[in-house]
Design a protein around this ligand. Structure first.
Ligand code: FPP
Length: 269
């Protein structure tokens, strides 16, 4: 495995879409809960943090493949609001890791047209990391390739609380009527504003929880849970998730699929 996205992303290295996948039915947005780094390390007799380091390689692989295969957005859960309760050493390792990876990979992300954003309350993050994040966000803002959202100090409930507060302030100031608050207006206040909702959520290491991730945005997502530990997540694992996704009949609560108008209530039976 190379350590830089640059070589992974070079155009001659692009992975063609496997024939087993239908290009017309690819998810527009994939969400990721990258779980199992600690267990991966423990299985090898390594410190937990080595699992996180290897997890970065898995994330780079996945981002590259999603970009190559025409997926428009990838949103990964890197650090939750609850993760601060981990041992101090692990938290500082993760903060330093994020900062170093950003510094190392920014030029290649820029070159490869990846548009990176960090979603969450970034204010408690170390100043040096905040600075890297601001730089990466700014330098990739006009990029036209895959949207890569890294959820950092992110929590689905606190995101909704913040959105509710902002809307309440608008109402209190007389700029908004309560009846003007609809789903679109709430979505516009979330960190993910501007991206379509995820079509597919992949969670590794066999856990079957949402863990406070994208609570609003995942309302109609298809869920793919795999026993693969995150650092082992590779092309085969992603392909399996996408084949599973394409095998589902999406109904969005009704009988027809708005994303796939060819699928009618008649064909669904
Ligand atoms: C969960 O595994 C993983 C995390 C909390 C960290 C995920 C972060 C990365 C993969 C690095 C991302 C890097 C960048 C630059 C965004 P766990 O520790 O909960 O594993 P366990 O459940 O086996 O203990």
């Amino acid at each position: 495995m190379t350590s830089a996205v640059a070589s992974d992303f070079s155009p001659h290295n692009r992975q063609p879409l496997p024939a087993v996948l239908d290009p017309a039915r690819m998810p527009a947005h994939v969400a990721l809960i990258m779980d199992g780094n600690g267990r991966w390390a423990r299985q090898r007799g390594l410190p937990r943090v080595m699992g996180h380091r290897e997890g970065v390689e898995a994330l780079k692989r996945t981002l590259r493949l999603c970009s190559d295969w025409g997926i428009g957005a990838l949103t990964a859960y890197a650090f939750s609001t609850e993760n601060w309760s981990r041992p101090g050493e692990e938290v500082s390792f993760l903060m330093t890791l994020f900062e170093r990876v950003l510094a190392r990979e920014l030029a290649s992300l820029e070159r490869e047209q990846v548009k990176i954003r960090f979603l969450g309350d970034l204010t408690p993050l170390p100043a040096a990391l905040q600075q890297r994040i601001a730089e990466a966000t700014e330098r990739t803002a006009a990029n036209r390739g895959i949207h890569f959202n890294v959820c950092t100090n992110y929590g689905g409930r606190s995101e909704l609380v913040a959105a509710a507060r902002r809307l309440a302030e608008e109402v209190a100031a007389g700029r908004l009527l309560p009846e003007q608050i609809d789903e679109q207006r709430i979505a516009s206040q979330l960190h993910t504003a501007g991206d379509v909702d995820p079509d597919l959520l992949i969670r590794t290491s066999g856990e079957r929880r949402l863990s406070n991730f994208l609570l609003w945005q995942l309302a109609y997502a298809e869920l793919h849970i795999t026993d693969v530990l995150w650092p082992d997540f590779d092309q085969d694992a992603l392909l399996t998730a996408l084949v599973d996704y394409q095998s589902r009949q999406r109904r969005f609560g009704g009988v027809d699929s708005p994303r796939h108008p060819g699928l009618t209530s008649a064909t669904l039976g």
